[in-house]
Design a protein around this ligand. Structure first.
Ligand code: AMP
Length: 419
């Protein structure tokens, strides 16, 4: 199956070929024709599945049809809601790239918080074809009368699960209330908890369901490694791995803003080029750091979950869970930063005695027991009371679920079995 069989026009096909996308990904194969037909779409799509292009390409084509001119004034024709600024920027880039060969350029605006609102208000003069927005800032702009949603014909909720997780439920309700009833709506989400399904049921009209299962052939190609190490030695191990393997594109997840700075500083002291990315940096600094990272000038980036959300670097080699993610869903989001559409990636999780049980829960959620490794010179010495050695758990107490999991893991992966 090729892109040309999906109904995309020549200017878009030209833009695609310049991106070196040879074949459509499964989510693109299923979504693009449906969106071009004007249908609502409800897609379950992981980060890295090519979901952005799956809606960006057909939207650009639909809006460029001569029968759909841009209304004057403060009006917007397509609204794309995203949970974070970084994702907003990347969606904007994909849209601009997709439409670069159109005879008439579409006006695409990207608006998010964290930067001054005035230039964004000015930019709306004369309306826009497409607006990519985080919900809070969009509502601010509406309150300032800078934009009207009454001419929106296309709505996209991207990373809908994240939109809801980030507490945007009320904002979404207020935005949807301002949209015309007759519109095409598309919803993309990596997971479908009840809240997302409820949202989908309320927003979508007889949607085409696109469910690209995480079947092995559609999963991004990611090698997942789990390395046991004592928590205080993680920075040294990280340095060792980066230097030994000469990694040049590493995204390291740490739990706190302080830790991003601290670990980055330690790595710099060891002669590596590394920087921290977190929510308290100014927008300008964040953008500069991301640009350096994308361009390969900055080989190692230490980020919190929130700051790293939406980082889209095609050649990202390695993701390291220096601190484990809080949930299995976050684990997927994190490792989805590597091995994106077609490229092989490597995801490494550091597990220490204190986080061992937590990692077991993540593993259990995906039913993929991963062998534990130890790196010579960094073998852990801090150990928990091995659960297998005390099968009854603590005396007088029933074995908890976690204890049972630990015991099962200890049986499945006796120390040293992982190579
Ligand atoms: P996302 O949109 O977040 O799922 O990320 C998709 C990543 O894969 C981006 O880096 C895109 O540039 C890339 N990509 C999208 N579609 C394709 C395709 N058909 N072939 C190869 N890479 C793609």
């Amino acid at each position: 199956m090729s892109f040309s069989s999906l109904g995309l026009s020549e200017p878009l096909l030209r833009a695609i070929s310049e991106q070196d996308y040879s074949t459509p990904t499964p989510v693109q194969l299923a979504s693009i024709p449906a969106i071009l037909r004007g249908e609502d779409v409800w897609a379950c799509a992981q980060t890295g599945s090519g979901k952005t292009a799956a809606y960006a390409l057909p939207i650009v084509q639909l809006l460029s049809a001569p029968s759909r001119p841009r209304p004057r004034g403060r009006f917007v024709r397509a609204l794309i809601l995203v949970p974070t600024r970084e994702l907003a920027g990347q969606v904007g880039e994909t849209l601009r790239h997709s439409g670069k060969h159109l005879p008439r350029m579409l006006k695409t605006l990207v608006v998010h918080g964290g930067v001054s609102i005035n230039p964004q208000m000015m930019a709306f003069g004369g309306g826009a074809d497409i607006v990519v927005a985080t919900p809070g800032r969009l509502l601010d702009l509406i309150a300032h009368n800078a934009v009207s949603l009454s001419a929106v014909t296309l709505l996209v909720l991207d990373e809908a699960d994240r939109l809801l997780e980030k507490g945007f439920r009320d904002e979404l309700g207020r935005i949807v209330a301002l949209l015309p009833g007759r519109r095409q709506s598309l919803l993309f989400s990596a997971t479908f908890p009840l809240a997302v399904s409820t949202l989908a049921a309320a927003l979508l009209h007889e949607p085409v369901r696109v469910d690209v299962p995480s079947a092995p052939e559609t999963k991004p190609d990611i090698l997942q490694r789990v390395i046991e190490v004592d928590a205080p030695r993680r920075t040294q191990l990280l340095r060792h791995l980066i230097q030994k393997n000469q990694w040049s594109g590493v995204l390291v997840f740490v739990a706190t803003k302080y830790a991003t700075e601290h670990v980055a500083q330690k790595l710099r002291q060891a002669g590596l080029v590394a920087a921290a990315l977190h929510g308290e940096l100014s927008q300008g600094t964040r953008q500069q750091i991301l640009a350096d990272f994308k361009a390969g000038r900055l080989p190692v980036l230490l980020a919190t979950d929130l700051a790293a959300r939406g980082i889209d670097v095609t050649r990202l080699q390695v993701v390291v869970n220096f601190d484990l993610p809080r949930s299995a869903v976050d684990y997927t989001h994190r490792i989805g930063r590597t091995g994106r559409a077609g490229a092989t990636g490597l995801a490494i999780s550091f597990v220490s005695s204190g986080t061992h049980a937590h990692f077991l829960l993540i593993e259990k959620r995906y039913q993929l027991p991963l062998p534990r490794e130890q790196i010579p010179g960094f073998e852990p010495v801090q150990t928990e009371v091995p659960a297998a050695a005390s099968p009854g758990g603590i005396k007088g107490r029933r074995m908890s679920k976690k204890d049972k999991l630990r015991a099962a893991a200890a049986r499945a992966f006796p120390p040293g079995s992982g190579g």
